[in-house]
Design a protein. Structure first.
Lengths: 422, 246
């Protein structure tokens, strides 16, 4: 814990003239984090995920001097998108391109306008983020605005020489009737450990449509923790697709609440793990309004000694009507040493409800493998086809063709890579 | 073409084939008839190389090469094909993509140029007509949402596309109504020539009425107990199998 205390003090020193209300929130949040501590195996909601590596490196907050020379080519760039670029936590306005109809405010302004968005719950990483939030942007899409091209936010960690950490804070707010696609894209490639603890608060206004794609691409030394909170107003539409590749440890807490009737949310995820990587996703969908629909499909593809956790909960509050909710978790183990823990849950306190949930974990279907091989397709190619087929359902849930093709290429590369080393 | 000698084989420790000998020459269609459990499908699975089937003695050669030593894909690339009794659904794998991947694997094996997507579409549309299949099946995942009859037509479509020298038709007639049966049989008949050979496994004479096999063999307890021509199929239809049991 001492490293976090040191870094917290350093942050307060770094911004001595910060808004006093914001400072009070930071102090409260840090106290809350200290009170809660880093989760360990005794915590029910965290029992399958080991965070001891957080204390094995001295993670330092990234300051302006940690900004490397700008890369010639921005990694992960998806064509035909607007760009918001952050490198090692530092916003690169000269390389960013913002469409009309959106407002990017400062963190302080956003905080002063929406103090309620900075409240905390029992998630220590959310408290840690609130205490040390040092990057990220609030993005507000004005009412009735349709942003045609996706907005790609690249959060790149690169070229650093000691363990760094960042606590990005994003707020995405869709005004009434607005439409947009936001790609929240984390890329971190380094042999030096890094820790990115992000929080994204997403509000989708009345009858607004948001497609939110989250991509994580990192490798064996990185720890990524994330909290994403969605709140949907009347008749809002949300589609989320979360693609997660790699990382020593990845934990994502997704919460969704319906704050108005008639809204619909589709939450999809695909996790790909190899070596000893570990992905843990907790999803809570809270139906507290009438005539809302939620659909969840989370898939994991696990190879080597990697492991996954999926914990999904759908809550339907008393007296809500016409709820339609389903949740599905499907996992494919590519090696006998890969491990999956799945725990789908329903908590229904209402009667007018259509709910379904299920979870399956299996290996490559030997019948399918033999069928493909009996047509002259090599064993390796057949396995790639079957895994690719398993992933396709999630990839296809992305509407935008450029984003879809980016993801598809990455899944294919991952598959070829994991097949060759495995 | 195919030479099976004194084949003994089983699955999961259970002995099923008890000494099968069979020679299939180029251009011939052999029918293998028998009850459930007589070993018909085991024979097909051993020829095509399904896992878990263990050959305890005997040999299977194809154009003089030991087939049993080869992987399933190498057998296929050499020209052996099986129309599955239960075609497998492969979620998320597009049927057209799969068919082209299979054809290209074969072309590559033969040292030929792979076929591009446009040429393949022209080719596959012709083949679809031969089995009276709607184009919509091309855009679906392999066998996904296909009825029993559509799955069997998709098997024959694959055969017509890959043009194997030896086709094993494992109960291709099961689950087909009479119209679908005629289409499948015609697909096979049009594909027959003096070089292509077939082994058709079936319970019933019906399929054979359309396909007109050169030889019929009756399998009981993993052994061929009688061989003959179409008259044997008619006798079986009338009298069943019991008169052949010792």
């Amino acid at each position: 814990m001492t490293q976090f205390k040191q870094q917290f003090d350093a942050l307060l020193d770094y911004w001595p003239d910060e808004d006093s209300d914001l400072r009070a929130v930071r102090n409260n949040a840090f106290d809350r984090f200290n009170e809660l501590g880093i989760p360990n195996k005794k915590w029910e909601e965290w029992q399958f995920t080991d965070f001891s590596n957080l204390n094995k490196s001295n993670f330092r907050l990234s300051w302006a001097e940690d900004l490397p020379n700008l890369p010639d080519k921005i990694p992960g760039r998806i064509p035909n998108t607007h760009l918001i670029l952050m490198i090692n936590g530092h916003y690169q306005s000269q390389l960013s391109d913002l469409p009309n109809g959106i407002t990017v405010s400062t963190g302080v302004d956003h905080f002063n306008a929406n103090p309620e968005d900075y409240h905390m719950n029992g998630n220590p990483f959310l408290a840690l983020n609130t205490s040390m939030m040092n990057s990220g942007v609030p993005i507000i899409v004005e009412p009735n605005v349709v942003i045609e091209k996706p907005i790609q936010i690249i959060y790149l960690m690169t070229d650093f020489s000691e363990p760094l950490m960042n606590h990005p804070r994003f707020h995405f707010e869709m005004g009434a009737n607005a439409q947009a696609t936001i790609v929240e894209h984390y890329i971190g490639h380094s042999n030096i450990p890094h820790f990115v603890n992000s929080v994204s608060k997403v509000k989708v206004g009345d009858n607004a449509h948001l497609s939110h794609i989250r991509i994580l691409e990192t490798d064996d030394h990185a720890i990524y923790t994330a909290s994403t909170d969605y709140s949907l107003s009347k008749d809002a539409r949300l589609t989320t697709t979360s693609l997660s590749f790699g990382g020593h440890t990845f934990r994502h807490d997704i919460k969704l609440s319906f704050n108005g009737p008639g809204a619909e949310a589709t939450l999809n995820g695909l996790s790909l793990t190899e070596n000893a990587q570990h992905h843990d996703q907790h999803v809570v969908v809270d139906h507290g309004n009438d005539a809302c629909q939620s659909h969840q499909l989370f898939k994991y593809i696990l190879s080597d000694k990697s492991s996954g956790v999926f914990n999904g909960k759908v809550v339907v509050r008393e007296h809500t009507k016409q709820t339609n909710a389903d949740q599905s978790n499907k996992n494919l183990l590519l090696s006998p040493t890969a491990l999956m823990n799945a725990n789908p849950q329903l908590e229904i306190y209402a009667e007018d409800v259509k709910c379904a949930h299920g979870s399956t974990t299996g290996q490559i279907d030997p019948e399918a493998l033999f069928y493909l091989r009996s047509r002259g397709i090599s064993k390796q190619k057949a396995i790639e086809l079957i895994i690719g087929g398993f992933a396709k359902e999630i990839i296809d849930s992305v509407d935008n063709d450029d984003v879809k093709s980016y993801i598809n290429d990455h899944v294919t590369d991952w598959l070829e890579g994991t097949m060759h080393h495995g | 073409m195919l030479k099976i000698e004194n084949l003994h084989a089983g699955v999961d420790g259970k002995q099923i084939l008890n000494g099968i000998s069979l020679t299939v020459n180029p251009g011939e269609l052999h029918a293998i008839m028998g009850r459930n459990g007589s070993g018909k499908s085991t024979l097909a699975n051993v020829i095509t190389g399904r896992d878990n089937y263990e050959v305890t003695s005997g040999s299977v050669t194809y154009n003089g090469i030991d087939l049993l030593d080869m992987s399933p894909e190498d057998r296929a690339l050499s020209g052996v094909f099986m129309s599955f009794q239960y075609p497998v659904v492969i979620p998320g794998v597009n049927n057209t993509y799969f068919l082209r991947a299979a054809l290209n694997a074969k072309l590559k094996h033969q040292g030929l140029k792979e076929i591009n997507a446009a040429d393949f579409m022209r080719l596959i549309r012709e083949k679809l007509k031969l089995v009276n299949m709607d184009e919509k099946y091309l855009s679906r995942a392999v066998n996904d949402g296909f009825s029993g009859g559509e799955k069997k037509r998709n098997e024959i479509l694959q055969m017509l596309t890959l043009e194997p020298a030896l086709s094993i038709l494992d109960e291709t007639d099961s689950g087909l109504d009479i119209d679908a049966l005629k289409i499948v049989a015609e697909g096979v008949n049009n594909f027959r020539n003096s070089e292509r050979s077939f082994v058709a496994i079936t319970h019933y004479q019906r399929l054979l009425d359309y396909m007109k096999p050169d030889h019929i063999h009756v399998l009981i307890d993993g052994k061929i107990v009688k061989s003959g021509d179409m008259t044997l199929a008619h006798q079986l239809e009338e009298k069943g199998y019991s008169w052949l049991e010792s």
